[in-house]
Design a protein around this ligand. Structure first.
Ligand SMILES: *Cc1c(COP(=O)(O)O)cnc(C)c1O
Length: 385
């Protein structure tokens, strides 16, 4: 059995995440190696075009990470060379990169609390936080659940959507998340729905944004310029052809992987039903009003009063890898020190952070593995099988 396949044996430790990598991926990367065209080659454009087509938007720019995508998308909408008076309204319940990208340009993240069901920011909460100094709004589709973007658009400010966790999610009107035309970022680290190892992408409608992002990812070079010519400040945020080849192969099986994740989520819902009814375990919200989640993680909230971190240790003793997920950004020490954030400011996000437990979750997970996780969790939470 190849080493990676041991993860799928019945009695093996169960990892928290695991990418789907098969022959298509191996072949795609080998072809790039054999072509000797490792960067700035044809795979970058192919990956971008296929991704954009899938979302139904005119443009996409592949970059080196989701964080780089956030940085360049924020700059494109005008969050650049800021002072601390410039504000970007966003969610404290996200991966830290969302807020860090605002700091890269010297602006201040203004957090608003999240909806208790979806854990996404709402237009109403954002509206209440807007000031004359608000430069942009940065909603996050957390845990793959579509944030309600239409009413956020009506607030009339530049928007960047963080869809790093939401590739494959669909809004109630049938538009894919990332398909509304606002600059929307995706990320391709190994635990995301689609992976290139490391990588990110900005999808967008505006050709001017596309041109600017393509230049800024490549040291400030315009497409018609020579190798060592530069007409603006840029970065090296390029994504190589090796990565894009992986991305193209993964796009070819994306529907299958998203469907497999959703099947695993359904097994979990069934296997955990008893713990929900009898022990007060809380699950992520079901799809409602036509919005469709793309399952990224299987996060549960341990019952109030239960020690989440002790739960993680107890599960680890039984070969089940879980994670606290995810920490509220405003409570990290350097955010507290820099901006004076305190406990209690965003109670919904803080409660979700304190009780959130990310269970093993990946497309190839078996029903037997799901049942094993559920039964170990039952023993840990209730003291009996
Ligand atoms: C993963 C992630 C990112 C950043 O992506 P990287 O590729 O790791 O830089 C940004 N925002 C959210 C919500 C994420 O989950």
């Amino acid at each position: 059995m190849p080493p990676a396949d041991r993860d799928l044996a019945d009695d093996a430790p169960i990892p928290v995440a695991r990418p789907v990598i098969g022959e298509a991926e191996e072949q795609a990367v080998l072809e790039v190696l054999r072509s000797r065209h490792l960067s700035l080659g044809p795979r970058v454009t192919t990956f971008e075009e296929r991704f954009a087509t899938r979302l139904g938007v005119p443009h996409a720019s592949a970059v080196s990470s989701g964080t780089a995508a956030l940085h360049l998308a924020l700059r494109a909408v005008g969050v650049e060379d800021c002072t601390a008076e410039d504000e970007v309204v966003t969610s404290p319940f996200s991966f830290i990169a969302t807020a860090n990208a605002v700091l890269f340009e010297g602006a201040t993240p203004v957090f608003v609390d999240v909806d208790p069901d979806t854990l996404n920011v709402t237009a109403d909460a954002m509206a209440a936080a807007i000031t004359p100094r608000t430069k942009a709004l940065l909603p996050v589709h957390i845990f793959g659940y579509p944030a309600d973007i239409a009413p956020i658009e009506r607030l009339g400010l530049p928007i960047v959507e963080d869809a790093a966790q939401a590739l494959g999610a669909v809004h109630a009107d049938g538009t894919p998340v990332g398909g509304r035309g606002n600059p929307t970022i995706f990320a391709f680290y190994a635990n995301k729905q689609l992976t290139t190892g490391e990588g990110g992408l900005v999808a967008m409608a505006d050709p001017g944004f596309k041109q600017r992002i393509d230049s800024e990812r490549n040291q400030g070079r315009a497409p018609d310029m020579q190798w060592l010519d530069h007409d603006r400040l840029g970065f090296n945020y390029r994504l190589s052809d090796l990565h894009c080849a992986l991305g193209i192969a993964q796009l070819g099986r994306l529907d299958e992987m998203v469907a497999a994740r959703s099947r695993v989520a359904a097994w979990y819902r069934e296997a955990l039903a008893d713990l929900v009814d009898r022990a007060g375990l809380e699950l992520l919200c079901a799809d409602r009003d036509g919005d469709r989640r793309s399952w990224f993680v299987y996060v549960v909230r341990v019952p109030k009063g239960v020690d989440r971190d002790a739960t993680i240790r107890a599960l680890a003793d039984h070969g089940i890898q879980t994670r606290p997920y995810l920490p509220a950004i405003h409570l990290f020490a350097f955010y507290r020190e820099k901006f004076g954030f305190r406990d209690g400011q965003f109670p919904v996000a803080e409660d979700a952070s304190a009780r959130g437990l990310s269970l093993p979750f990946f497309a190839e997970m078996t029903q037997a593995q799901v049942e094993r996780v559920a039964s170990e969790l039952t023993v840990v939470l209730t003291g009996r099988p």
